[in-house]
Design a protein around this ligand. Structure first.
Ligand code: FES
Length: 355
């Protein structure tokens, strides 16, 4: 009997024939832009308008792409004018090989502007590993999904996953979604069609800047919830929205949240704080009231970071001593020897951190 040698793919053959992975990727991508020896890549194959200033990019991913769970975030890396930028987005799995990336254009947002205005079918994006724990588990308790603005993207991903697993037909789900105007509501038709199909799926879309204006999230919205004590609440939106949700839904069975941006801080704090960086052996003065990450960047220090939203933990460092304030929930921390996420904390006193 002859052993049949397993045929090697062109990717493997080329990868083995060169010494350097960068060179291998370069030549592989001349043949097919999704081929790579190791990089998770995706090619835009369709672009759809999702809402005002919002597009959905359908992306075909390669075999190195890690799909992640619904509700998680992916680092998305794009090259614009020769410079690499990394941002964090929540993707929706469409099938084994395709995901949907929905992006809202942000004024001054280099990457969101590029993805909404310039990206075209055939462009290739690079991805990092998914992270985040705002995911659903097979459970019986009712789900309350609270979203404001772009906070709808992880909720859409969760609802799609619940639809694929048929939980949407059996589990009580209430989606409450705040936008400024009707035209800002992404996936509104999809949510409404689910509500028509499944009596246990309820959707409420609130328009806060279109007459008759709806109220922002407040105590009265609790009246729309049937059994809060046995419900799991997910909230995603600007930090002010998430903070309000956290205060209102204290009696929920579980509460998970993610603030995707920091609400501009109205601070009467002035002056500077000294931050000593033990590994770099430097002391830098940064303004009070803003994130330590931004303060250091303004002084040309480039600490490692990822999402800039307090989710990925990439910016965490050890705080040796000093007081900090969490810019998302306002909590102060004076304990020494703590892990500190510098993207969402400001310095309240002189600080020593291991960077
Ligand atoms: S950069 Fe992601 S937690 Fe700070």
């Amino acid at each position: 009997m002859h052993a049949i040698e397993k045929q090697k793919s062109p990717v493997q053959l080329l990868a083995e024939s060169v010494l350097d992975a960068h060179a291998a990727n370069f030549w592989l991508q001349k043949i097919n832009p999704l081929w790579s020896v190791s990089q998770p890549l995706g090619k835009i194959i369709e672009i759809q308008f999702a809402a005002t200033d919002t597009v959905s990019l359908k992306i075909k991913v390669n075999r190195h792409f890690q799909m992640g769970k619904a509700g998680q975030h992916h680092p998305v890396i794009v090259e614009i004018a020769g410079r690499r930028y990394e941002r964090t987005y929540s993707l929706t799995q469409l099938d084994q090989h395709h995901v949907l990336l929905t992006v809202k254009r942000i004024a001054q947002g280099v990457v969101s502007q590029w993805l909404c205005n310039t990206a075209k079918v055939g462009d290739v994006l690079q991805f990092g590993e998914p992270y985040g724990d705002m995911t659903v588990t097979p459970e019986q308790s009712a789900l309350i999904l609270l979203a404001a603005g772009s906070g709808i993207t992880p909720m859409y991903s969760l609802i799609k996953a619940l639809e694929y697993s048929n939980q949407v037909a059996t589990q009580a789900i209430t989606l409450m979604y705040w936008v400024k105007q009707h035209a800002d509501a992404a996936f509104a038709n999809y949510f409404e069609s689910l509500a028509q199909k499944h009596a246990n799926f309820k959707v409420h879309i609130f328009h806060t800047q279109e007459a008759p204006c709806d109220a922002r999230l407040n105590q009265q919205h609790l009246a729309l919830i049937q059994d809060l004590a046995n419900s799991t609440v997910y909230a995603c939106g600007p930090s002010g929205f998430v903070n309000t949700a956290e205060q209102l839904f204290t009696s929920a069975k579980n509460f998970k949240s993610e603030a995707f941006s920091l609400t501009p801080i109205i601070s009467d704090e002035s002056g500077f704080i000294n931050v000593t960086l033990t590994k770099s052996n430097k002391t830098i003065a940064i303004p009070k009231g803003q994130s330590i990450l931004v303060g250091l960047e303004q002084q040309n220090i480039q600490p490692q970071h990822g999402c800039r939203m307090g989710i990925c933990n990439k910016c965490s460092c050890n705080k040796v001593q000093g007081a900090t304030k969490n810019l998302v929930n306002g909590l102060e921390n004076t304990e020494p020897g703590n892990s500190l996420r510098i993207c969402v904390n400001s310095a309240q006193t002189d600080l020593i951190i291991d960077i």
